[in-house]
Design a protein around this ligand. Structure first.
Ligand SMILES: *[C@@H]1O[C@H](CO)[C@@H](O)[C@H](O)[C@H]1NC(C)=O
Ligand SMILES: *[C@@H]1O[C@H](CO)[C@@H](O)[C@H](O)[C@H]1NC(C)=O
Ligand SMILES: *[C@@H]1O[C@H](CO)[C@@H](O)[C@H](O)[C@H]1NC(C)=O
Length: 289
């Protein structure tokens, strides 16, 4: 009797699975003409088009030198592909990748040593430049910048933004087909601009800034450096709108260096402290139900 019950149960289970399988096939068997529907701003994510390959470029300073290391993500692993060095890339601060093994680098072309570069900072010598690197051509494309640091591209890739830390400004440059840059304007923001990012959806420039540089250089835990994030809308227009999206005296976040947004989320990174994630939709805290 027990055996019969078991057999019946198995039969029922198989019948159920068979029915599920047929239904599944029917549900999956959809085929109709695809008519395009596109929200106004859709774009393919760059860097994902070589068979899914994603690359990571890292500025490295082994023994006071500067190299750019190229890695490829392979699943969870990182594969080191290449080390780039060049005499024009003597003291690289940051880069923006333009294509395969092609980038602009902000670079301090005289001093690689810590002491001399601090001296350069102290004397406010505007000796940093922007270098274009590609496997077949390397050249200086901008010069005379006050401690060029963060560098970013506009979404249409026609403009390049460079943060000049000690000049408290963001340089807007036009990019030409031969990768030359010509200065277009300088936006003074009155704070030490560190790194930049551009929101690909809006073109807004986001700047991680240091509201008190001396506190950053001479760190005192009792009186720590603060953080500041600026958002610059319409940077190419005659009247860009600069707003402070985040500011803190160091009690929460110290030494903000970069802010990047994705949709309504903002991530703020720091030189040596924590990282912060903010929801930009909710100025007074989480949205009320
Ligand atoms: C899928 O649907 C088409 C027509 O809608 C039909 O001709 C075909 O036999 C179906 N295939 C399966 C596996 O059910
Ligand atoms: C600067 O910000 C960009 C995002 O625009 C980021 O990819 C890059 O790693 C940052 N560089 C440094 C040195 O923090
Ligand atoms: C920093 O800000 C916090 C909160 O806003 C405040 O409680 C604290 O007194 C401030 N510290 C200084 C040194 O101003």
């Amino acid at each position: 009797m027990a055996k019969l019950l078991k057999l019946m149960a198995l039969g029922l289970a198989l019948a159920f699975l068979g029915e599920r399988f047929v239904t599944f096939r029917r549900r999956m068997n959809v085929s109709h003409q695809v008519l395009p529907v596109e929200p106004p701003s859709c774009h393919l994510i760059q860097g994902l088009d070589r068979g899914g390959a994603v690359f990571l470029y890292v500025v490295n300073h082994p023994r006071g030198m500067s190299t750019v290391e190229i890695f490829e993500f392979q699943g969870d692993a990182l594969l080191h592909l290449k080390t780039i060095t060049h005499e024009l890339l003597s003291s690289v601060n940051d880069i923006v990748v333009l294509g395969q093994e092609r980038f602009y680098a902000t670079n301090d072309h005289y001093f690689t040593g810590h002491f001399l570069s601090q001296l350069e900072l102290f004397l406010d010598l505007q000796w940093t430049n922007v270098v274009y690197y590609s496997p077949d051509e390397v050249k200086e494309v901008a010069s005379g910048l006050g401690f060029a640091n963060g560098i970013a591209l506009s979404p249409d890739r026609k403009h390049v933004y460079v943060a000049a830390v000690t000049a408290h400004s963001i340089h807007v440059m036009e990019r030409h087909n031969d990768w030359r840059l010509t200065p277009q304007k300088v936006l003074h923001v009155g704070t030490l601009v560190d790194n930049l990012s551009v929101d690909p959806a809006t073109g807004d420039v986001w700047a991680g800034c240091h509201p008190n540089g001396m506190k950053l250089l001479a760190y005192d835990p009792a009186d720590p450096p603060g953080s500041e994030v600026l958002r610059i809308r319409n940077i190419l227009s005659p009247r860009p709108a600069v707003s402070t999206v985040y500011a803190n005296n160091g009690s929460v976040l110290q030494g903000s260096t970069v802010a990047a947004v994705h949709g309504h989320k903002m991530l703020v990174g720091t030189v040596f402290h924590k990282a912060l994630c903010c929801d930009l939709r909710a100025p007074g805290g989480p949205p009320r139900k």
